[in-house]
Write a protein that binds this ligand. Sequence first.
Ligand SMILES: [Zn+2]
Length: 207
Amino acid sequence: MAGFRSLARQVRDPGCDLALRRYSLRKCLERFAPYGHRATWDHLCRRHGFGPEDREPDPARLVAALDELEEARAVWLAYEEKFAARRRREKHDGLRRPGWFDDWHRRTWGGNGVARCDDPSTHPTMPLAEALRRLISALEAGPRATCPVCAGDAIIWRQDLLNEPWFGPVCTDCGVVVPQPVLTPEALAAAKRRMLLRPRKELASVA
Ligand SMILES: [Zn+2]
C-alpha cells in the first residue's frame, strides 16, 4: 500500500495521467484526513475550486489542494511527536492521565478524523492547518467551554453519528465532533442537556 509521500509525488507528477493524479490525491485522504475522508475532500474541492466528481480538474488546483493538506499534516505530525515524547516522560514519572485522553489519541493517531465532521458538507472553511493549530492549542491549554476550532458555544451532544466515536459533542457552527478531552465536564453536561431539550424546543416553535 502506497504511503502518503509517494501518493503526493504522483499528484505533483506532470507526466502522470490527470485521472491518476486526482485519484492519488483522494488516496492521500485515506492516510490523512482531519475532518474524515468525505468532509476533507469536500473542503479541498471547495477551497481550490474543483468539483468533487470532476474527473479532469485543473492540475494546478489539485497541487494547491495537496499543498494545503501537506501543511496540515506537518502541523499534526509535529504535535503527535511532541505528545508522544511528553507522554513517555509522564509515564516514566508515574503521572497518569484519564483513560479517555489516551483513547482519543489512539483512535486519531496519524491525524485521521482528528476534527471529524459527521456531515461531509459541514466543516470549517479556514485552511486545514489553521483548524489544526487551533485544535492543538486547545488540547494543550486544557478543558474549555467552547468549540476549539471556531470558538462557538452551540455544542450539542449527538447519539447518532455515522462514524466512530458514534456519539459525542458536535459544534453546530462549524460541524466538528469536538474531542471530549478539550471540553470541561460542565460543557459536556450542558451539551447533553441541550440534546434532551431539543425535541421540546422544536415542539414549542411549532405551537
Ligand atoms: Zn466549531
